[in-house]
Structure formats: C-alpha cells, structure tokens
Design a protein around this ligand. Structure first.
Ligand SMILES: [Zn+2]
Length: 218
C-alpha cells in the first residue's frame, strides 16, 4: 500500500463514550491526515445513569455520539444491544466480522479483555475472535472477505493482571486537545449531568480547571 493512500480505521467500544474517550484525539489527527474513521459502540448505553434509563437514555446517548462524530468528522454507529448485556456469542461475532469487512478496515481498535466491565471484556473478545475469519472467503460469503488482516490495536488501560498494558504505539494529542475536550463536552449524560455515571461516581475527585471530572485516557 502506498503511504499516500488513506487508511480505513474502525474503533470498537463497549459503550457510547468509550471510543470517544479512548481514541477521540487520535481520530481527530487521523481525520486531519485524510484517513477515514468509524466508531462502533457495541451497546446502546441504556443503563449508566442515575435518573434516566431505557429507550430514553439510549436515544440521548446515540444523539451524543452523533454530535461527537460531527465534531471529529467521522462515521459512528451504535448497536442496539442493552448496556451490561453484551455476550461473546456467535451472533455478535458475526456482527463484528460484518462491520470490519464492510468498512474494509486497515486498522481495528478495541479494549483489552481483562477489564472489570463485562461489556468491555467481551468487546475485546469479540474482536479477537473475529480476526482469524476476516480473510476466510467461504465464511459469511455474503459479505466479501478482506484480502489481508487489519492491524489490531488495543486501547491503553490501567489493568495490571494478567499483564499490564505496554504501549507499542503512543500518540501525542496535545495539538488536538481542544477537539478532544469538545467531544467530552458533547457527552453530558456521561460526565456533566449531576446524575450522570461519572458525575455521581467521581464526586470525590476534584474537578479540573474547567469543572470536568473525567479522565482524558489518551
Ligand atoms: Zn464503557
């Protein structure tokens, strides 16, 4: 492949904020360089709030990541799987294979599989389990197989067992930090509402200079 050819990048997250948190700044840089980026949330995020839930919350979360996608200049998709109920089953594996093949991905990103949250773990597991079949042309022939496997990358995390995260690639996002912060601000049901998950769980932490209680994570 020519180094001039735009790359096609597909990021999987468990919830409608994970890709934005884990790779939003890097995505902004990819877009600046002319690459095509898509975020997929494997669940609809319809649980992680302390006053809203169900279809109402799922709709709010979908609208939030769509706004993030407009800010970043990317494509986004939220699968209609309930928050907290993602399973590493064959149906979901086929969905992941279809999404990677349809995007013709050169790079795929996901969580590692040793996270405390089952949705994060199983997102990583589903992507891992999809990898070997992406190039098998007689498997799901209705979606053309890839000619070669994408590069698979994991998001940074702080989990120590069984092995701590060791970066092989690091990306400085200082020059796009304003965009990254705009993305976080476009997710108020996650971080800014007083009844949001982080708004309640992180009250014990001091806010940053702009009043946010959120880890940038990139
Ligand atoms: Zn998550």
């Amino acid at each position: 492949m020519s180094s001039q050819q735009p790359l096609r990048i597909l990021a999987f997250g468990a919830h409608p904020d994970d890709c934005e948190l884990c790779v939003g700044g890097t995505a902004a840089k990819w877009v600046q360089q002319g690459h095509a980026v898509k975020f997929v949330s494997m669940t609809n995020g319809n649980v992680g709030h302390f006053t809203k839930f169900g279809a109402e919350l799922a709709a709010i979360r979908k609208a939030e990541v769509e706004q993030c996608a407009r800010i970043l200049g990317i494509t986004t998709e939220v699968l209609d799987i309930n928050d907290g109920e993602l399973e590493p089953n064959l149906s979901n594996r086929k969905t992941v294979i279809r999404l990677i093949r349809e995007w013709r991905a050169d790079i795929v990103l996901c969580h590692r599989t040793n996270d405390y949250h089952p949705d994060h773990r199983y997102t990583g597991r589903l992507v891992q389990d999809s990898a070997v079949l992406l190039v098998a042309k007689f498997y799901m022939p209705e979606v053309p197989a890839l000619d070669r496997n994408p590069v698979f990358l994991y998001y940074a995390d702080e989990f120590e067992k069984p092995v701590p995260f060791a970066p092989t690639v690091t990306v400085a996002i200082d020059d796009v930090i304003t965009t990254k912060r705009a993305v976080i601000d476009a997710l108020p049901s996650q971080f800014a509402d007083k009844d949001s998950w982080m708004g309640e769980k992180m009250q014990s932490l001091p806010p940053d200079q702009d009043g946010r209680r959120v880890q940038i994570r990139e």
